[in-house]
Every structure is written in C-alpha cells, then in structure tokens.
Design a protein around this ligand. Structure first.
Ligand code: AMP
Length: 276
C-alpha cells in the first residue's frame, strides 16, 4: 500500500482516503462518493483497530461482512482497498505512545478512556501508509473530526480534512454499523435521540438561553421517549469542545445512549440564528 501511494504521489495524482472499520452502510458510502468526486484515486481502509476499543467494549462483537464491503467498494468505483491484519499494523508493541490532551476529555473521550489515543495512533500510521491528499470523516463522529483536525495541525500532516454530514435513516436515526445490535423495541425508540437534539437546538435559539436548563429539558425529553440509558448530553463550543456560559459561537449538542448491546451517538452543530 505504501509503495502504491508513493507511486501515485510521485505521478502527481490526488488521493482521497476513507478510513473505516467496515460493515459499510450508506454513511460510509457517502464518504466514498464525495472522495470519488474530488480525487484521482480513492483508497478505502477497513480495519477494526483494537487500540481504540476499551476492555469492556464491543471489539469482539463488532459486526463484520467483508464480502458486502467489497461489493460496496466495487459499485463506488474505489481504486484500492487496504485491509490490513493486526500483525501488519502492530507487529511489535509500540515504543511511542500518543496522548490527546485537548478535545478528548469530554463527550465520548470521557466515557471511553484511551479511545482517541487509539484513533490518532492508527490514523498517524494510515496517513503515512496511504499518503492522502484529502481524508474523509463523518460529522456523526464530530469529536473525532475535532481530534483529527488537531492531529493534522499539531503534527503538520499534509492532509486536508473533509467532514461529511451525517447520513440518516428515514426516521432520523443516524446510520451506524451498531444499529444492527438493537432489539426491535430499542430500534423503534432510538430515533428519539435525533428528535431530542432537534428539540435542544430549538430551545437554544431563544434570547439568552439558559444552557443548563436546555440540557435538562433535552434529557427529560429523551428519558420520556426511550429506555436507553443516557451516557451524556453535553453542549460545548465546536470544534474546541470547551464548556461555554453564553451562546455566542458555534456549538455542538451531543448525546450518547447505552442500549443493551449497542451504544449510540449523535450530535448537531449550530450557531446562534441557525434555525433549520
Ligand atoms: P466507522 O467505520 O464507524 O469507523 O466509520 C468510518 C467513517 O464513517 C467515520 O468517519 C464515521 O464518522 C463515518 N460515518 C459513520 N456513520 C456515518 C453516517 N451515518 N453518516 C456519515 N458518516 C458516517
């Protein structure tokens, strides 16, 4: 893969890179389509990175279907698929560890210690292997976008970050490989996550909104609509992910909910005056 990308770079070709953990759905497919439009070559990586999973997380249960993934790649005219094994990515224990000190101690980073360290480590390796001109990430994982933005800036990766809007089911649920692990009852309740975010956003668009009150109302709405256990509901500046007292800049309202066998996340990013 490294030789291929070096040859393409030498030939002056642009490379669009879409890193995923596989079990591709229409969210991933949107990333591939945007990358296809904007680059000479597109590389898709499929790798379930053990380093970004905590001890009690769903690494073993993470869904896989490589035949399906290959057919998605084929119908989107993808040039290369990078499908490494653990022994290729981590042949020996790492001698150098990365620490994410900003943008990581809130939201998912707080519930999943070590997760973003795992993400920046694998991306550093993948960026060096695939040499992308542009790398594509979903806004569904907005904190990941913020952390990757910091990674690229802090370490001068010659990569342009592209953030792609969240693709949703008809009922508003954000598409996720983990949705398959919901029971029918949970699946019917889960669209409430998106409705709660919309409600919170609407509440914020009043004069001088009381932020703790908006969060409280959003929480109560979600608790009424689903039996999932709320991991967090937070409103922070975006992309800095700092707490705010007054609504005077771009913010993220983000939610994570635990169901029996899946933890779902979703968010909305908006500024004062954004109504839609
Ligand atoms: P994953 O395979 O979960 O690591 O996701 C790979 C990439 O696809 C990440 O950049 C995700 O943010 C993105 N992605 C996942 N779900 C969606 C979605 N529903 N809409 C847009 N992008 C998504």
């Amino acid at each position: 893969m490294q030789k291929v990308s070096a040859d393409l770079t030498r030939a002056g070709k642009s490379i669009g890179f879409v890193p995923t953990m596989g079990y591709l759905h229409e969210g991933h497919e949107r990333l591939l389509q945007v990358a296809r439009k904007e680059n000479d070559y597109v590389i898709l990586s499929i790798y379930v990175n053990p380093l970004q999973f905590g001890e009690h997380e769903d690494l073993e249960h993470y869904p896989r279907n490589i035949d399906h993934d290959l057919s998605v790649a084929k119908r989107n005219d993808i040039d290369y698929i990078f499908l490494p094994e653990n022994k290729t990515m981590y042949p020996t224990p790492l001698s150098i560890e990365m620490v994410v000190s900003k943008r990581a101690n809130v939201l998912c980073g707080r519930s999943r210690p070590g997760h973003f360290e795992g993400v920046v480590t694998i991306l550093t390796k993948l960026f060096n292997i695939c040499r992308p001109t542009k790398a594509y990430f979903g806004q569904k994982d907005a904190q990941q976008v913020a952390v990757v933005d910091a990674l690229i800036q802090d370490f001068n990766f010659p990569v342009q970050l592209v953030s792609v809007p969240t693709v949703r089911e008809k009922d508003g649920l954000a598409k996720s490989s983990r949705n398959i692990n919901l029971s029918p009852q949970e699946r019917s309740e889960a669209p409430a996550i998106q409705r709660a975010l919309q409600k919170g956003k609407t509440l914020m668009q009043t004069d001088n909104p009381d932020i703790p009150e908006v969060i409280q109302e959003t929480r109560q709405f979600l608790e009424r609509e689903t039996r999932g256990k709320i991991d967090y509901i937070e409103l922070l500046s975006y992309p800095d992910l700092e707490p705010i007292e007054t609504f005077d800049r771009q913010v993220i309202l983000a939610v994570a909910v635990y169901y029996e066998s899946a933890r779902l996340i979703d968010n909305t990013v908006f500024r004062p005056g954004d109504m839609s």
